[in-house]
Structures are given as structure tokens and as C-alpha cells.
Design a protein around this ligand. Structure first.
Ligand code: ZN
Length: 83
């Protein structure tokens, strides 16, 4: 799958991700992307769709849990992840 650039217009930061072919990213990648888009503790910009399309894609990513617990193992990105 091609590289996806997520952009946080609120801070002017962006991060590039390469989702797996099924449109998912690992939970670790999701965390890394959140940190890259907003390194500020206590900032709530990543909860706001107004921060831009990249943030919206991150916000709309649906968590995938492992079989037994509520532990998130990956996220399925919206849009391009939909089939
Ligand atoms: Zn922020």
C-alpha cells in the first residue's frame, strides 16, 4: 500500500505512514503518529476534526482488538482501508 501522509494543520506537523496492504497500521505506529503530529502534553488538538484531514484519518481509525482481551493490536484506517 502506498505511503499516506497525515497532516496536523493546527501545529503544521506531518508524518508519513505505510499501511499494510489490508489498510491497517500497528498500535505502535498509531502511537508514533499521534506523537509526531502533536508532541505537546495535554494538548487536545488530536481530538478535534478541525485540525485537518490527516488528524481526521487518525481519529477515524478503528481499533482492532486481539481475541481475548481489550488490548488494541492494530488500527484500521478509514477511507483507503475500506473495501
Ligand atoms: Zn496539539
Amino acid at each position: 500500500m502506498k505511503v499516506v501522509t497525515l497532516r496536523n494543520e493546527f501545529h503544521g506537523l506531518e508524518v508519513k505512514l505505510r499501511p499494510r496492504s489490508n489498510g491497517t497500521i500497528s498500535a505502535a505506529t498509531h502511537r508514533r503518529a499521534r506523537r509526531a503530529l502533536c508532541p505537546h502534553k495535554g494538548c487536545r488538538c488530536l481530538s478535534s476534526p478541525a485540525s485537518g484531514e490527516g488528524v481526521l484519518l487518525l481519529l477515524s481509525a478503528r481499533p482492532i482488538y486481539d481475541g481475548q482481551s481489550s488490548h488494541v493490536v492494530a488500527y484500521r484506517l478509514g477511507e483507503e482501508g475500506e473495501r
